[in-house]
Design a protein around this ligand. Sequence first.
Ligand code: ATP
Ligand code: MG
Length: 438
Amino acid sequence: MPVVSIIGPKGGIGKTTLSINTTAALTRMLGDSLDQNSVCLFDLDLRLPTISSILESHPRKTFYDLFEILANKTYQVDFLHSIYRILTLFKAYLGKEIDGKNVQLQKSLALYKNLNTELFHFTEFDVGNLLQELFLERGQIHSVKEIKNLKPILKKIDLDQFKETLKKHENNSRPLADEFINYIEEYKFSLLGGEVPILGKKNHRKRINEPAFLLLFLEFVNELIDRFKYVVLDTPAGGVNHLSSLMNSIDQVLFIFDMSNSIAVNGSIDALHSFIDYYEDFSRDFEEGRLTGLDKAYVNRMVASRGEEAVTEILKNKKFGIIFNRCQSPKEISNCLDQLREYLETLDRFEEYKDRIHMVGMVPHHKIINITNNRGTLFYNKDSSLSKCINLVAENILSDNQNCPTLSNQNQEILNFLQKKGQGSWASRFNKIASSVG
Ligand SMILES: Nc1ncnc2c1ncn2[C@@H]1O[C@H](COP(=O)(O)OP(=O)(O)OP(=O)(O)O)[C@@H](O)[C@H]1O
Ligand SMILES: [Mg+2]
């Protein structure tokens, strides 16, 4: 189930354009073996999702709806579950069924002290007032012994009744994956995400910063991803923030290098290095058992669903690929490769990375690729030389980069590979393309 993230250091670099077309090419290549669960394009941009309008395809339920369900139902029920656990153990302690050394009791006390109550809708539940009172006392409770001070409030909360409330709210509290998957018959792939900006809403921005909520979201995202054979993620600029944990279940990261000018090239090289650093740190922390917080919770869930071995493999051997975008001449790619090698040499990391960074594809700067004309964004199959460029990217995804050159190869070998799918010589193709740039 390869998950490929198309990512880049900044906005407007071609992530969305290349994600859409790569997905189209992948779908085409899978041909006869295609079914509804084969290929999925996932718009991970929570700030400004665009793919659904670009492809003029509108999901039954958007990720905005998903946020609403997770916030108003799932999160609330999960919170009630936590409180139920706390109440059960506190009452057992007060009833002398367990003693102060009980590990579960100590965990419940920690949970009680640390639960973030800000997103919980106290007023929506019958027992809400009492719960609010319970949490107001938190500042006074420092040790297991002091749980006794909560006796008057705890006495007023009927556990059986609480359980009934929980049961009542549990129904329909989980989002249904099917409702968020938008299979597009015309393109034969599914679309996820879009179409209303989610983080435009203050409440949602607040929610996504709450680890327990974010974890719910990530967990659901994973459930969706797990259904497909191939997933292409259009990963927003600065993808390594809220969704950073998700970045770690990705098998291959395709970095877009913006070749339009030297400043952009420098930026791309810099960003590639910091992304790699981030992944390496994560992998090391995992190996040494040093992950904390959300990262730890997320990886634990990954391990539970895929097994330790698979997770170690993903984290340790994540593939890194480069797609050169907006190329205008082969010389630029050659210069960029030299610059990248030199950069890694300076950091003393060339040896470590030379065989891990694959040259997956290149797309010229081309007037056909114009987002102002929505339908034009899906350029695949409209222009044969551009389609060939994208086919190469898709082929490499399908073959796990096995035939792809790396930084160890000579520049000429790399250039030959990248032009392999094109017609005529490299130079003549570029001339043709350059003359068509408007
Ligand atoms: N190779 C190319 N040749 C010409 N124009 C291009 C090329 N690649 C991308 N573009 C154009 O650049 C603009 C930005 O592309 P796109 O929206 O794909 O970038 P993005 O990285 O997804 O941006 P954002 O960070 O805002 O989501 C679009 O108008 C697109 O048509
Ligand atoms: Mg985009």
